[in-house]
Design a protein around this ligand. Structure first.
Ligand SMILES: *Cc1c(COP(=O)(O)O)cnc(C)c1O
Length: 390
């Protein structure tokens, strides 16, 4: 069912139109205000009765935030969207809008670690159980789904980059009456439009490629008018993790270059991954573009992937020897980043510290930024040379 129109051209057309603004400004203004006043008692009453839709309070509706939501809905081929203060606010609000105590969620393995922690701690406390399945095993998904309220997935998954047949999994969820949710942060709407593959709701950490400049933390959910309406009816009065006008304005700025940034991350990411795959000290490269062939709904690949060293490299020394790749979490900006799995596993003590996310200590995650692929490959080579254990 995916559209035959070139997704890049489609995205460019959506992003070229911001509507008309005061003074014919080419960039939309930031409506940096908490509230909007009414010209009369009658107008206020009409608005509160729901006969008129207009901004009242920024937690509900703000013109700058709305512009971002409309663009995301169009890019993801959905009816409507809600902007959030973070990707986790989008994930938590979307899940909490639909589950009740006693409900069950089916989730693919290796989802974003904080989503996993939400499921394993907070939802467990609410008496919501989560069953994990290998999403590449459709029979296992089919066995797990009956009776589930939600089916939650990523494709590719975090760290190990398992690619799923999104259309098939969405179909199995639908047959079983479960609402399907996918975290599409990795591919962005440029390389994957899950709603066209039958998924019900798409969530994003807009802190990553959508913003694209590592200067904003934000999230969004996109879907049908009905489902987004249900989520909104719970966010506005209860959960409140709404996107702010200035952050929405930064996201609108980031979106304008999303199509060309994604192409650049794709090309550089593939080049770096292929060079790493040639090395004898690298035992595996987890990049969905390396296995030639079927990408299952993906139309391209981004700059985030992982690889695994053999025993000959000191990972701490490797990380400290890199010059372009900075040690840091998050991804999706202009800069290249490195995260060793062994550091994430050793996350500071706390109620969530015991949760093992199932990735070997020899795995390293890279985000390939926009510094230039040859410089990045050279940087990795010199750092590996420095880190050889004698
Ligand atoms: C970063 C990330 C999130 C969480 O988003 P925040 O904006 O940091 O709250 C969710 N999913 C994935 C895949 C991520 O990488």
């Amino acid at each position: 069912m995916s559209t035959s129109v070139d997704p890049l051209a489609r995205a460019m057309a959506i992003l070229a139109h911001d509507g008309e603004h005061a003074y014919e400004a080419v960039v939309p203004p930031i409506a940096q205000t908490s509230l909007f006043t009414f010209s009369s008692y009658a107008e206020m009453e009409e608005t509160y009765r729901g006969q008129k839709v207009r901004p009242t309070y920024t937690r509900g509706l703000n013109p700058t935030v709305r512009l971002f939501e409309e663009k995301m809905a169009a890019l993801e081929c959905g009816d409507d969207a809600i902007g959030f203060a973070s990707g986790m606010a989008a994930i938590a609000s979307t899940v909490l809008a639909f589950v009740q105590p006693g409900d069950r969620i089916v989730c693919v393995e290796h989802v974003y670690p904080d989503a996993y922690r939400l499921f394993q701690t907070y939802l467990k406390r609410m008496n919501v159980t989560v069953d994990y399945v290998d999403g590449r095993d459709h029979d296992a998904v089919r066995r797990a789904l009956p009776g589930a309220r939600l089916f939650y997935m990523e494709s590719p998954t975090s760290w190990l980059m398992h690619v799923h047949d999104v259309a098939a999994l969405a179909g199995i969820a639908r047959e079983n009456g479960a609402i399907s949710i996918i975290d599409n942060s990795w591919a962005s709407p440029i390389f994957q439009q899950p709603l066209t593959l039958g998924v019900d709701l798409v969530v994003h950490s807009a802190s990553k490629y959508i913003g694209g400049h590592s200067d904003v933390v934000a999230g969004v959910v996109v879907g049908s008018g009905g489902l987004i309406g249900e989520i909104r009816s719970r966010i506005y009065p209860y959960l409140g993790g709404k996107l702010s006008p200035f952050d929405a304005w930064l996201l609108l700025r980031g979106l304008r270059t999303l199509p060309i940034r994604m192409r650049a991350h794709e090309a550089a990411g593939l080049h770096v991954a292929r060079e790493l795959a040639k090395r004898p000290d690298v035992v595996a490269v987890y990049h969905p573009g390396l296995s030639n062939g079927l990408l299952d709904g993906l139309q391209g690949t981004s700059g985030l992937f992982s690889f695994e060293f053999d025993g000959s490299v000191d990972i701490a020394r490797f990380a400290d020897s890199l010059r372009f790749f900075k040690l840091g979490v998050s991804w999706g900006g202009h800069e290249s980043l490195v995260v060793p799995a062994q550091v994430v596993r050793a996350q500071a003590a706390g109620p969530n510290s015991a949760i093992d996310f199932g990735v070997s200590d020899r795995v390293v995650r890279l985000h390939v930024g926009l510094e230039g692929q040859d410089a990045l490959v050279a940087d990795l080579s010199q750092a590996i040379r420095e880190a050889k254990m004698s």
